[in-house]
Design a binder for this molecule. Structure first.
Ligand SMILES: Cc1cc2nc3c(=O)[nH]c(=O)nc-3n(C[C@H](O)[C@H](O)[C@H](O)COP(=O)(O)OP(=O)(O)OC[C@H]3O[C@@H](n4cnc5c(N)ncnc54)[C@H](O)[C@@H]3O)c2cc1C
Ligand code: SF4
Length: 688
């Protein structure tokens, strides 16, 4: 790659980078992309396999700290009210995202005008509309047109996904109250599209879609980008963006997996590393011209972090809903409380999304044990819960606050010795009020729908939406980039990701991120000839640096002795007792081959498990209580192994009626049951 000069260098291969790379390459530009993670593919995701629950909890966990892959970087959240979910690799967060695909409402661009708080964007919904419509088609979005609460524009290119019995109950309850609801828009195929198959409703969306039906940017954009000639280098972590002597971005210094450093030159540099990764990179690119971080004369790089505080309201119903299946994804959106209404006693609003309770049996059993302890009435409680639930996620509009911010960590570094990110983030009083109000309303709807149990998690501790850390604006004193995403301070440096958001809105951000990225790419194509070009135009591959910290190797499972296996069998009976027609945990042979299979997938569990299996004379119930108090990690590892081993057993599966995550291809239905039932009529009447 030595000597290869790019017209445009993009840092980060998530959806924002993918949309821009594709468009720029279509126009004939030479685009190079540096991505710290790797390619992954549908064949690697475990949704159709016996071990999908195990893999979702580790290899494909949404929490970077749990995955601990070399591509991940540390994010210190000790001073943050919220934890971070993300994915680092080709496709970025969309590899694991839920694919809820919704536009900002028109009022979201005018928060200050509407509520007196926050700021107004320098652009309007109308400015973004043509780009929303194009990116909807590029990603393959499914949904139902005509939603009166949704901003104007073309209908989604694909018909809506099915609702299923749980969401239908909630839809009826919402309609009875006359509240807004609508089948949600998702970047999930409801019909074959663009060479991909439609969704089969396995519900494993958040651990990677093995069907390729979820529109993650690797399948929608990056393969096409490579076919168009984009040079996408993986395992390439950018350490800093480098300026030439005239204050222009000359390119980026990056480090490969072996620790070798390189310099990639380009006429234009675009950051697409998300609203934590981009400020991290800009702050790490401080130099004599920009001692406080590159492009940071405003002092706002890293500031105004918004994260969408959210709550979960879960409900259980008596009738079976088979809710381990279904896209996940959102079935229903409720925008009844999304707009500002001062009479509610707080500013701005929230968006609700309804999901099936897409948990496999082992995950559900772990939840029951977490709530009620092992043994006892486990089977009854499990039968009441598993496949009987749906839940709302309620996401509120977060206001920008300069104290909420991303800084470089002073203590933590990644596998390339680049400083990690440190978050400072606190919920606002307004966010808490929005969530409290909406949680109460959501509880009411769940009760109206006939739920026998409603639980709220308010606030829920983690989210994957980061916005605002390099805001756009017309004034260089109060914003980092202009309304096209180009830096006020460094004319050939731009930002494609949600760092540029002025306010957060209450809706999922990725549709807007992609529309903004496409708009930025079109503007770049128009303006490119007038942009100054940097002096240095040569890329170099430098000799390897002194050893970078090696990527943490996956531990081999420690052998488990016969005595330990006996102890596992004994304790398994204390965790899972005999049921009406179900064996106990001691009776399914999980201490044999099942254990070996589990540890082959999750070798990280073995040392914790072995501590749990030390000799003891206590009866199982007492031994478990002692362990839970003395060694939480060992206790948890034991519970995971026992529940996984138990529900892997074919006899147990037959008795609980579980055939695994069964493929049920969506059949596009142009006249769904909720239309036939008239459940949307109240909204059509209002709109008429
Ligand atoms: C579990 C989960 C569920 C989600 N659900 C939804 C949803 O339903 N709807 C929705 O709208 N959004 C959802 N999101 C959020 C969505 O994934 C993000 O908004 C979106 O991916 C952001 O796109 P991006 O291109 O800006 O950044 P990312 O997708 O985060 O991509 C950034 C890329 O940059 C790379 N990178 C970062 N730093 C460097 C560096 N220094 N050098 C090289 N490469 C670097 C990263 O490895 C990464 O691949 C979800 C995310 C997760 C994790
Ligand atoms: S439910 Fe659909 S989108 Fe989700 S993982 Fe399964 S096939 Fe993919």
């Amino acid at each position: 790659m030595s000597g290869y000069h790019a017209d445009v260098l993009i840092i980060g291969a998530g959806p924002s980078g993918g949309v821009a790379a594709n468009r720029l390459a279509q126009a004939g530009l030479r685009v190079t992309v540096l991505e710290q993670g790797d390619w992954h593919g549908p064949h690697q995701y475990r949704g159709a396999e016996w071990d999908w629950e195990l893999a979702a909890a580790k290899t494909w966990s949404t929490a970077p700290g749990v995955r601990g892959a070399a591509a991940d970087y540390p994010i210190d959240t000790t001073d943050s009210d919220m934890q971070v979910l993300n994915f680092n690799g080709v496709g970025g967060g969309t590899v694991l995202f839920n694919a809820v695909w919704i536009r900002l409402l028109e009022s979201n661009f005018r928060t200050r005008a509407v509520s007196g708080l926050g700021d107004d964007w320098p652009i309007t919904y109308a400015d973004l509309l043509p780009f929303y419509e194009r990116t909807d088609r590029e990603f393959g979005v499914s949904g139902l047109g005509g939603n009166p609460a949704y901003p104007p524009g073309a209908e989604p290119p694909l018909p809506p996904l099915p609702l299923g019995p749980g969401p239908m109950k909630i839809a009826r309850a919402l309609s009875r109250r006359g509240w807004h609801w609508w089948p949600d828009t998702n970047a999930i195929l409801s019909a074959p599209y663009d060479g991909r198959r439609q969704c089969v409703q396995r519900g494993a969306c958040a651990s990677g879609c093995n069907e390729g039906a979820k529109s993650s940017a690797d399948v929608t954009h990056w393969r096409k980008a490579e076919a168009l000639g984009v040079r996408l280098l993986t395992g390439a972590r950018v350490l800093r963006i480098v300026l030439d002597g005239r204050g222009l971005a000359a390119g980026a210094e990056w480090v490969d997996r072996e620790g070798g450093t390189h310099f990639q030159s380009a006429d234009v540099v675009l950051c697409a590393a998300n609203a934590i990764g981009t400020p991290r990179l800009l702050l790490n690119s401080a130099d004599t011209a920009f001692p406080d971080g590159l492009a940071n004369r405003s002092g706002l790089v890293g500031r105004r972090l918004m994260m969408h505080p959210l709550a979960v309201v879960a409900a259980l119903f008596e009738d079976p809903l088979e809710s381990w299946q279904g896209h996940n994804g959102s079935a229903i959106q409720c925008l009844n409380f999304a707009e500002h209404d001062a009479s509610r006693g707080f500013a701005l609003g929230a968006k609700w999304s309804l999901h099936p309770a897409a948990a496999g049996p082992a995950t559900e059993a772990l939840r029951v044990i977490a709530e009620f302890g092992p043994g006892g009435d486990l089977h009854r409680r499990f039968a009441e819960r598993w496949g009987h639930g749906v839940y709302w996620t309620i996401m509120c509009e977060d206001l920008p606050d300069e104290a909420n911010r991303v800084e470089l960590s002073r203590d933590l570094t990644d596998s390339s010795r680049m400083p990690g990110a440190k978050l400072f983030y606190r919920y606002s009083e307004n966010s808490r009020k929005i969530l409290d109000f909406n949680v109460e309303r959501a509880r009411e709807i769940m009760s109206d729908a006939g739920a026998w149990k409603v639980s709220a998690y308010n606030p829920s501790p983690a989210n994957a939406h980061f916005m605002g850390t390099a805001r756009m604006g017309d004034d260089a004193q109060t914003s980092v980039v202009d309304s096209w995403g180009m830096s006020h301070d460094v004319p050939n440096l731009g930002i494609l990701d949600a760092s540029v958001f002025v306010t957060a809105s209450s809706v999922n951000p990725t549709s807007t991120i992609c529309a903004l990225a496409l708009r930025a790419a079109e503007r770049l194509l128009e303006r490119r000839a007038s942009l100054p070009t940097p002096a240095r135009r040569t890329s170099v591959a430098a000799p390897p640096r002194p050893a970078a910290a090696p990527a943490p190797a996956a531990p081999a499972p420690e052998p488990v002795s016969e005595a330990e296996r006996e102890q596992l069998k004994r304790l398994a009976g204390g965790i899972i007792p005999v049921g009406d027609d179900l064996p106990s945990g001691s009776e399914v042979g999980l201490e044999g081959r099942a254990l070996d299979r589990i540890l082959a997938v999750r070798p990280d569990l073995s040392s914790d498990l072995k501590r749990a299996l030390g000799e003891t004379t206590e009866a199982p119930a007492e031994a478990l209580a002692t362990l839970a108090a003395a060694d939480v990690a060992a206790y948890q590892a034991l519970l995971i192994v026992v529940t996984m081993g138990y529900y892997m057993d074919s006899g147990v599966r037959a008795r609980i009626g579980y055939e695994g995550q069964v493929p049920r291809p969506v059949r596009p239905d142009n006249f769904p049951e909720y239309i036939a039932e008239g459940l949307l009529d109240h909204l059509m009447d209002d709109a008429a």
